[in-house]
Design a protein around this ligand. Structure first.
Ligand code: 9WN
Length: 442
C-alpha cells in the first residue's frame, strides 16, 4: 500500500474549495452533511459545520446552529438527524416515525429518535469567539445557551439516571462511531427479531461496500429502532428496554468538556448562577467517571456494557477520552499523551500523516478502509487538537493541525481517509471535513 502522489492545493485554493463544498451542500434550508450519502442535517456534524462557516459568514453559522436547535425535542433532546424535505437516506423519517409516536418530537421538521455526542457548546464557544461583537452571535448566545443547558440536562436525566457520571447510549449511532469495534460485543447480544420490517440500504449506492458497515450490522441498527418504536421513544423506557445500553466513555468526556465550556459561556453572559454551578458539577462528575474508566493495563479508558455488566477493553481512539476532558493524574496523563503520539498511534511509521487513526495499525482488528475500524477521521483529529490547545499542549496541537492539512490538502474532503495511503474514503465533499479544514487554515 505505497502512498500514491496526491495533488496539494495552496491554502487560499484549499479554503476556496472548502467554501465551495459547503455552498454546494447548502440546500437552501440547511447545509447537509454530504451531498449524496447524507442529504440531511446531522447533530454533531452541524456543530462542526457551523464552526467553519463562522470563518466565512458568521450570520450563516449562527443560522445553521439555530436550525438544529429549532428541532430540539420538547423534552430537551437534540435529535441526531433533522430531515430535509428531500429523501435519499435510509432510515428516513417514515421508518423512524418519531413525530407519530412521541409528542415531544417536533412535527416539522421531521427528526430521528436518538441523539449524538454533545459537542455543540464547543461550537457555540468558537462562533462567539470568531464573531465577537456581531448581533447574531449575541442572539445565539442569549437564545441558544438555555437550549443547550436543557440538552445537557436531558442527557443527565435520561442517560445517567443513577448519577454515576458515565452517560449511556442506546444505539451505536449515538456514539457517532457507528461500527467501531468498541460495539462488537454489545451488538453481538442484539438479535434482530423475525418482525424486523424489510428495508433497502441506500448508503452503498454512494460509498463502496468495503468502506461501509455490513448487512448484519445494519440489521442490528434497524432492530434497535424497532425496539425504540415499541416504547414510542419514551426516554426512560428506552433505557430500560433497549438490548444495547453502553456507558460511552468518549461521549462522557465530550459531555464533561462541553459542560465546562457551557458553564464558562453562561458565566460570561450572565446566565443564572445556579445553572452555571450545576453544569460545573456535571462536568466534574463525568470527568471522574472517565478517570474511573481508565485501565492501567491498556493505558486507555474503557466503555462499560450495562447489559452484560462488564468493561469493554477494545482499543480504539475513544480510549484517549481523558485527554479531552482532563482529570487523570499527571503521570498517567503524560503517558497517555505520549501514547497517542507514539508508534502505536499517530507516530506509527507507516502512516501517510501523523494523525491517530480510529484503530491502531498494530491492532489485529485494524481495517484501513472500513469506516470506524481503522480510517482516520479529520473531525476527530480536530476535536483532539482543540482539546490539546485548551490543555496548553500547543506544540502538539499545531503539529496535529499541520499533519491534518497535509492529509486533506487535495481538497477532496473525504468523510474519512486511508491511514496508510491518505486516500479519501466514504463520501467526498463531506461538510464537516471541509469545515474543520477552514478552521485549521485560520
Ligand atoms: C448514521 C453524518 C454521520 C456522522 C456519523 C457517521 C455517519 C450515519 C450513517 O454519518 O453515521 O448516523 O448513516 O452512517 O458515523 O458520525 O454524524 O456524517
Amino acid at each position: 500500500t505505497a502512498a500514491a502522489p496526491r495533488p496539494r492545493l495552496g491554502s487560499v485554493q484549499l479554503a476556496a474549495c472548502a467554501a465551495w463544498t459547503l455552498g454546494g451542500n447548502d440546500n437552501g434550508s440547511m447545509i447537509t452533511a454530504a451531498p449524496r450519502l447524507y442529504p440531511h442535517m446531522w447533530s454533531w456534524d452541524t456543530a462542526f459545520i457551523s464552526i467553519g462557516l463562522a470563518h466565512l459568514n458568521v450570520d450563516r453559522a449562527v443560522r445553521e446552529l439555530e436550525t438544529l436547535l429549532a428541532a430540539q425535542w420538547r423534552n430537551g433532546m437534540l435529535p441526531h438527524i433533522v430531515f430535509s424535505e428531500g429523501g435519499g437516506y435510509f432510515p428516513g423519517p417514515e421508518r423512524w416515525g418519531a413525530a407519530e409516536l412521541n409528542s415531544d418530537a417536533p412535527d416539522a421538521p421531521r427528526t430521528s429518535g436518538i441523539c449524538q455526542p454533545p459537542v455543540h457548546a464547543i461550537a457555540l464557544r468558537r462562533i462567539v469567539d470568531i464573531g465577537a461583537g456581531a448581533a447574531s452571535t449575541a442572539r445565539l448566545l442569549a437564545e441558544g445557551w438555555p437550549k443547550l443547558y436543557r440538552w445537557h440536562e436531558w442527557l443527565v436525566r435520561h442517560r445517567d439516571p443513577h448519577g454515576t457520571g458515565m452517560l449511556g447510549i442506546v444505539h451505536g449511532w449515538e456514539s457517532g462511531m457507528d461500527n467501531s469495534p468498541r460495539w462488537d460485543d454489545p451488538y453481538s447480544a442484539v438479535v434482530p427479531g423475525q418482525d424486523l420490517p424489510p428495508y433497502v440500504r441506500l448508503d452503498r449506492r454512494v460509498a463502496s461496500a468495503a468502506e461501509r458497515p455490513s448487512d448484519l450490522e445494519y440489521d442490528r441498527y434497524l432492530w434497535l429502532i424497532e425496539e425504540m418504536r415499541k416504547v414510542r421513544y419514551d426516554a426512560a423506557q428506552v433505557v430500560r428496554t433497549s438490548s444495547f445500553l453502553v456507558g460511552d466513555v468518549f461521549v462522557t468526556a465530550v459531555f464533561a468538556l462541553a459542560s465546562e465550556v457551557l458553564a464558562t459561556l453562561g458565566k460570561e453572559s450572565g446566565q443564572p448562577a445556579w445553572q452555571v454551578r450545576q453544569l460545573r458539577g456535571w462536568a466534574h462528575r463525568s470527568r471522574r467517571a472517565v478517570v474511573a474508566a481508565y485501565s492501567p493495563q491498556t493505558g486507555l479508558a474503557r466503555d462499560y456494557d450495562r447489559r452484560a455488566n462488564r468493561w469493554l477493553t477494545t482499543r480504539t481512539i475513544a480510549g484517549f477520552a481523558p485527554l479531552l476532558c482532563g482529570g487523570l493524574d499527571a503521570e498517567d496523563e503524560a503517558a497517555m499523551l505520549a501514547r497517542i503520539l507514539g508508534p502505536d498511534w499517530a507516530g506509527h511509521p507507516d502512516l501517510f500523516a501523523a494523525i491517530p487513526p480510529s484503530v491502531s495499525p498494530n491492532d489485529p482488528g485494524f481495517r484501513p478502509r472500513e469506516y470506524w475500524r481503522g480510517p482516520v477521521w479529520p473531525v476527530i483529529a480536530w476535536l483532539f487538537g482543540w482539546a490539546f490547545e485548551q490543555r496548553g499542549w500547543t506544540d502538539e496541537a499545531s503539529r496535529l493541525r499541520a499533519e491534518c492539512l497535509r492529509l486533506t490538502g487535495d481538497g477532496a474532503f473525504g468523510e474519512y481517509y486511508h491511514p496508510l495511503t491518505g486516500e479519501p474514503l466514504g463520501s467526498r465533499h463531506q461538510s464537516w471535513t471541509a469545515t474543520v479544514v477552514l478552521d485549521w487554515l485560520h
